[in-house]
Design a protein around this ligand. Structure first.
Ligand code: ADP
Ligand code: MG
Length: 243
């Protein structure tokens, strides 16, 4: 079976000697091509650490990560075919929206005509064609978030990683951007791993959900399975299943 992302026996310890803390305890997750996988759990359960290991920003203590059936442990982040969206999206303030979106292509020496075509395509996907000449300071919070996603999309990565991208937004905008992320995923079909501590976000966005607690994967399943057949009382309580 082909998998877009395979997380096998991942352990991560921080600290040394008596101060060693095991924050990920043998995590196994297989993500199919085109899936939108949610990592959900309370603050401190290891979600960001796992995402950073996938991205190559942290090395695992044990275990392996394969992206598109290629083992990437030891491969630097820039050489992994991934794009990451964080909550604090830093756009380049002196560049226009178009330049921000095209920058990653420019440093990869993609020819100008091809770059412009890709910027237009991404802008159309995000419905920000009318903003291409603006500077980030001339955008609303939601528009900036769209540009940040456009910048990540422009490279057409094999894998999209999101770390709580909406947690700084107000409630109304969060709901709007949630729908936007869903729409973009349906359009692009890019395999995604999305970290959140928000149960509603998990249930509405995920094709499958991995519920974590204390570095342990509690359950991996579809929203329906997680909600209606929680593996234990922790999952039931966290997701708010009917009892
Ligand atoms: P989450 O994203 O689920 O809130 P994290 O992955 O950020 O959780 O953190 C998991 C645990 O690992 C926390 O207890 C955190 O304090 C600890 N941790 C994260 N990064 C480091 C680090 N660089 N050094 C030591 N401990 C860390
Ligand atoms: Mg985190």
């Amino acid at each position: 079976m082909s998998s877009a992302l395979k997380i096998s026996g991942i352990r991560k310890c921080f600290g040394q000697g008596d101060n060693t803390v095991e924050v990920l305890k043998r995590i196994d997750i297989d993500v199919a091509p085109g899936e939108f996988l949610i990592l959900v759990g309370p603050s401190g359960c290891g979600k960001s650490t796992l995402l950073n290991i996938i991205a190559g920003l942290e090395e695992p203590t044990e275990g392996s990560i394969s992206i598109g059936n290629k083992n990437v442990v030891g491969v630097p982040p820039a050489q992994r075919d991934i794009a990451m969206v964080f909550q604090s999206y830093a756009l380049y303030p002196t560049m226009s929206v178009a330049e921000n979106i095209g920058f990653a292509l420019e440093i990869r020496k993609v020819p100008k005509a091809e770059r412009q075509a890709r910027i237009a395509e991404v802008a159309a996907m995000l419905q920000i064609e009318h903003l291409l000449d603006r500077r980030p300071s001339q955008l609303s919070g939601g528009q900036r978030q769209r540009v940040a996603m456009g910048r990540a999309l422009a490279r057409n990565p094999q894998l999209f990683l999101f770390d709580e991208p909406l947690s700084n937004l107000d409630a109304k905008l969060r709901v709007e951007m949630r729908a936007e992320i869903k729409r973009l995923h349906l359009l692009s079909g890019i395999t995604s791993v999305y970290v959140t501590h928000d149960q509603v976000e998990a249930m509405t966005l995920g094709s499958r959900i991995a519920v974590m607690k204390g570095g342990v994967l509690q359950q991996l399943g579809t929203p329906d399975e997680i909600y209606n057949r929680p593996a234990n009382t922790y999952v039931a309580t966290f997701i708010g299943s009917p009892t």
